[in-house]
Design a protein around this ligand. Sequence first.
Ligand SMILES: Cc1cc2nc3c(=O)[nH]c(=O)nc-3n(C[C@H](O)[C@H](O)[C@H](O)COP(=O)(O)O)c2cc1C
Length: 165
Amino acid sequence: MDTAAIDPALYRRVLGHYATGIAVVTALGEGEEPVGMAVTSFTSVSLDPMLVAFCPDKGSSTWPKIEQAGRFCVNLLSHDQEAVCRAFATRGGDKFAGVDYRISEHGLPVLEGVLASIECQIHSVVEAGDHWIVLGRVLTLEADAERDPLLFFRSAYAQLAPLAG
Ligand SMILES: Cc1cc2nc3c(=O)[nH]c(=O)nc-3n(C[C@H](O)[C@H](O)[C@H](O)COP(=O)(O)O)c2cc1C
């Protein structure tokens, strides 16, 4: 099928069948203002060197602030952080209102209650259609083995249902 003939709604619907976790990518913007955006486009890329990636929309108002900061923190959301996701998926307003966070040694906002955090320095940015592919070199990372993830599948939030046995 000629891709030009594919309905964008079909593309979205089919790609929505790839279940993912949800991350909030944060940084300190100008004047130490914390900034962040919710993404499902996060992935690990390389072990040596350690590289991860996420894909911000070219229309994002948050991405230029992260790029300016030169580094970012990937906060993997826990199953009880749907409200945090919604706050960081909304354009404008104070996304950090009511969200507890600390500033790390690398000067990055790390959200409280997350499943894991991965702090990165921007390695490179690749143009990809209406998005950018941002590669980050890992500076430090940690995980909480006690927490479960918030998932996203078919445009809806979900939680793990472990298989029996
Ligand atoms: C579940 C979910 C996943 C998202 N994934 C992405 C993503 O991978 N890339 C992206 O640019 N925006 C993604 N968004 C939208 C951004 O979170 C949202 O547009 C952004 O935070 C608000 O715009 P701003 O960057 O101008 O603040 C996602 C939103 C939701 C709810």
